[in-house]
Design a protein. Structure first.
Length: 277
């Protein structure tokens, strides 16, 4: 990713950037740190479900518009813009329109991806000129997954999420299953810490906590996890399946509850952001 900036971008037209989701191919919680974060071991894979962020001029400071009902000051994109203004001791203006396609609270990293996109783009259009490592360090103040999205490549992830080793993309397509349940990562970690869940699950340490969310999820996972090799992304609520044939895909689609959503996705090697910045 090119962070060597030659002045500020011209905002005569809206700049539109796709902000991708990710899945955790596996997620192991190793232990809790004194600062409240958790040491993890994971592998992150970018996928082609994307939000879209549009950047344009504003005469009223930082303005955020979103197709979901999220209070502006609570929006992580607003927090990213405010953070850059604070560290640059400035009062830059921008209007950011967010078109959300990635479900919130789904374990797909949509909010972190949006924050990373905002940091990278605003760093350029405001002429702040932080390098990639400085932006990634700043991103940890917004969320543990933000550095991954700033880096913009698939990675093995450790520490609290800030230690990255780039990896090649998976070559298979993924079926994402979203049970229309919002999971707060903070709350899921609290439940994990309070419970007796095993962190030895080879795919994801959150499986036991996840199944306790509601009876519908518990019944679905209990019945189908082994048969269809269900995997959990992040702390939930999305599951995913690597399917090997359309016949297998059809079998899985038939058993997804009608009130749930699903996405057929392809893997990405790099975030779209890296192609423009």
């Amino acid at each position: 990713m090119n962070f060597k900036l030659m002045g500020m971008l011209n905002l005569k037209r809206m700049i539109k950037i796709k902000s991708p989701a990710k899945i955790n191919l596996y997620l192991h919680i190793l232990y809790k740190l004194e600062n409240g974060y958790h040491e993890i071991d994971s592998a992150f894979q970018l996928i082609d479900i994307c939000d879209e962020l549009s950047f344009g001029k504003s005469s009223k400071g930082v303005q955020i518009e979103c197709n979901l009902d999220i209070e502006m000051h609570e929006n992580i994109v607003y927090q990213a813009a405010r953070l850059l203004n604070e560290i640059s001791d400035a009062n830059h203006s921008v209007k950011i329109e967010i078109n959300k396609n990635i479900p919130t609270g789904s374990g797909l990293g949509g909010g972190s991806s949006n924050a990373a996109t905002a940091l990278v783009v605003l760093n350029k259009i405001w002429g702040i000129d932080l390098d990639r490592n400085e932006l990634m360090a700043l991103g940890t103040k917004l969320g543990a997954d933000v550095p991954f999205f700033i880096n913009g490549s698939n990675a093995y992830v450790s520490g609290i999420g800030e230690k990255l080793v780039n990896k090649s993309s998976e070559s298979t397509d993924f079926l994402i299953i979203y049970p229309n349940t919002h999971c707060s990562s903070a709350e899921m970690y609290k439940k994990f810490d309070r419970g007796t869940s095993s962190n030895l699950d080879k795919q994801n340490s959150f499986w036991d906590v996840y199944k306790s969310l509601n009876n519908e999820i518990n019944d679905f996972v209990t019945k189908y996890r082994d048969d269809f090799k269900l995997c959990l992304s992040g702390s939930g609520s999305s599951m995913f399946v690597v399917y090997e044939s359309h016949h297998e895909l059809d079998k899985i689609l038939k058993i997804i509850p009608s009130n749930w959503r699903f996405f057929l996705t392809k893997p990405l090697q790099y975030a779209p952001l890296t192609m423009k910045f």
